[in-house]
Ligand binder design. Structure first.
Ligand code: XIL
Length: 312
């Protein structure tokens, strides 16, 4: 097959992957990273704990490596993420005074979005703000600042990076359900209030055979609101060792996701959350599961890779 990025470009979308720069020392990983993708997102390097481990003191080494790799590849750079309850340093997690927390959030946005202004094409400004039932997640930001923190973060990000598209991102919002409807209602409210919001990300950490039946319809309803949509963290996990049957189903699942994006005008593309099964967050977090990515741990293309190539 031709490089996936060439096929994606012809379709008018970007095909992305989550990069951990240290893995580039592995020639097999690097070869796929350089050949297949026209969008790069940092798997961890632009998160709060990586960029501002203690208040007001920033560390850019890994994040710059991701930005430099994207530039060298002539790939888009996707920013992940400015405001999130997880991988948040203890000093921020512990702030109880609203003025101090808002200032810390603004300083963080100014520094990180400001540093990559003009380089990052889109930012996940706020990540994972919802509970499954569609109520707000009780993060430190929600508890101390209240509902308005999302609008405040978006407004601040627009000032810090005027050329970046500004997104909200979450998981289990992939089909139509209480959680995605909460996101939908929020986006409608933000647009009505004139708050800057350009895009919504659907992580799509899926289980084999469980692409929601309303997947495309869900993307479409957000697009119809007037925002771009993107599949931001795709992987399809299964019990390991993987069976041939599950790997074949996984290929159909990858295909269904790419086809859903292609069918929705405002879907900007698909990002896979890694490259190969040897470097995936899945086994660390979901016991007994893995094999979630398009390449295996020996960098051999799996049926899922072929399915992506054929869908594009
Ligand atoms: C994960 C990374 O892949 C891991 O390396 C890290 O240890 C934890 O975070 N939702 C997100 C991503 O928005 O940032 C997470 O990435 C996966 C779930």
């Amino acid at each position: 097959h031709e490089p996936l990025r060439d096929a994606a470009e012809r379709q008018g979308i970007t095909l992305g992957f989550a990069l951990t720069p240290g893995h580039l020392n592995d020639p097999g990983y690097r070869a796929i990273a350089e050949r297949e993708f026209n969008l790069v997102v940092a798997e961890n390097a632009m998160k709060w704990d990586a960029t501002e481990p203690s208040q007001g003191s920033y560390s850019w080494g890994q994040a710059d490596q991701v930005a430099d790799f994207a530039a060298a590849q002539d790939a888009d750079l996707y920013g992940h993420t400015l405001v999130w309850h997880s991988q948040l340093p203890g000093w921020a997690e512990g702030i109880t005074d609203p003025t101090r927390l808002r200032d810390a959030m603004y300083d963080h946005i100014d520094a990180v979005a400001g540093r990559y202004a003009g380089d990052v094409d889109s930012w996940d400004v706020v990540n994972e703000m919802w509970e499954q039932d569609g109520s707000r997640r009780q993060s430190v930001f929600q508890r101390v600042l209240g509902d308005g923190y999302i609008a405040d973060a978006l407004t601040r990000a627009r000032q810090a990076a005027p050329d970046a598209d500004l997104c909200l991102n979450d998981y289990s919002t992939d089909g139509i359900n209480a959680k995605s409807t909460a996101m939908y209602d929020l986006v409608a409210d933000l647009l009505a209030d004139g708050v800057p919001i350009d895009c919504v990300g659907f992580q799509s950490h899926l289980i084999v055979g469980q692409v929601p039946s309303t997947y495309q319809q869900n993307l479409q309803r957000f697009a119809d609101l007037g925002v771009d949509v993107r599949i931001t963290e795709l992987d399809v996990r299964m019990n390991v060792p993987a069976s041939t049957t599950d790997l074949a189903q996984q290929a159909r699942d990858y295909r269904a996701v790419v086809e859903a994006c292609l069918a929705v005008d405002r879907c900007t593309g698909v990002t896979v959350w890694g490259i190969d099964d040897g470097h995936s967050w899945v086994p660390d977090v979901f016991g007994g599961q893995g094999a979630a990515l398009p390449w295996d741990a020996q960098y051999r293309a799996k049926p899922a890779y072929t399915a992506i190539a054929e869908a594009l």
